[in-house]
Design a protein around this ligand. Structure first.
Ligand SMILES: Nc1nc2c(ncn2[C@@H]2O[C@H](COP(=O)(O)OP(=O)(O)O)[C@@H](O)[C@H]2O)c(=O)[nH]1
Ligand SMILES: [Mg+2]
Length: 264
């Protein structure tokens, strides 16, 4: 437990989580760049043992301890089985990851989760790692895929995954509509409208083709609407750098009551 005492009290862990291809690694890189441009310090951690190439240079990289190719060879597993085995190994290497992070002195730790959401969220190792590193100082940026979120039922399915992630990991969570540059202004305004006034989302679901899936969407909507607040999101783009300030501000508000590191 020595590490706990070494760790800076200000250390904040930001996990980037979302379905494969939602833009986690790219947003991690962009947010790191945004930090650096402002003279702020952060440590970037790659948690994906299967990552072939990364858009940032990782300060801490699980591939130093876990290799997808080696696991495939050693245990005679195919790529899918090996991904699962590697995800579970994150727990075995939690102390290595923690010690490595602690060797940097920093306020922010940005963690890029494995490509496949379920490997981190629905297996034990992800939750274990969040607890082990410091649950109290952790926040999750949940990436909503814009190409799915632009349709009412797609938006609902993305929110459902976001809510499942929240229930599973139980730490503060920010919904992030990523790759906003891929959507038209109208599409973004539409999603914002659903987010601000959920009755418009319900109306638009009802305009979709009448299938059993529409009925399912309506029922899922009612479930999500009952809990409230889950439709809120911020919009980001790694192309235009939109949303970085918003992301930073929300994180600051959560942990520092709005006190801005930039003004130090
Ligand atoms: N246009 C656009 N493409 C993006 C953006 N962010 C990521 N991408 C692309 O989306 C793909 C998946 O991104 P990646 O960060 O690897 O997703 P991950 O699997 O969630 O880590 C890549 O081809 C990225 O170049 C963005 O803000 N705008
Ligand atoms: Mg990635």
């Amino acid at each position: 437990m020595l590490g706990v005492f070494n760790m800076s009290k200000e250390n904040i862990f930001v996990y980037f989580i979302g379905t494969a291809g939602s833009g986690k690694s790219t947003l991690t890189a962009t947010f790191q760049e945004w930090f650096n441009r402002r003279g702020l310090d952060c440590v970037v951690v790659n948690l994906d043992p299967g990552a072939e190439s990364l858009p940032y240079s990782a300060d801490v990289d699980v591939r130093d301890w876990i290799s997808l190719k080696e696991v495939m060879r050693e245990y005679g597993l195919g790529p899918n089985g090996a991904q699962i085995a590697c995800a579970d190994m994150l727990a075995l290497n939690a102390q290595d990851i923690k010690s490595s992070i602690e060797s940097f002195k920093t306020d922010y730790v940005l963690l890029d989760a494995p490509g496949q959401l379920e490997l981190f969220v629905f297996r034990e190792a992800g939750k274990y790692l969040v607890d082990f590193l410091n649950r109290e100082k952790s926040i999750l940026a949940y990436l909503l895929d814009p190409l799915l979120a632009k349709e009412p039922s797609g938006f609902i399915s993305q929110l459902l995954l976001s809510v499942s992630t929240h229930f599973r990991l139980g730490i503060p969570q920010i919904n992030v509509l990523s790759k906003a540059d891929l959507l038209t202004k109208e599409q973004i305004e539409n999603i914002e409208k659903w987010s601000k006034d959920s009755s418009t989302l319900y109306e638009d679901i009802q305009k979709e083709e009448a299938t059993v899936y529409r009925e399912l969407s309506e029922n899922l909507f009612k479930l999500l609407d009952e809990f409230g607040g889950y439709t809120h999101f911020i919009t980001t783009s790694s192309e235009t750098l939109q949303g970085m300030e918003d992301l930073y501000t929300i994180i600051q508000m959560e942990f520092k009551g709005g006190e801005d590191l930039l003004s130090d």
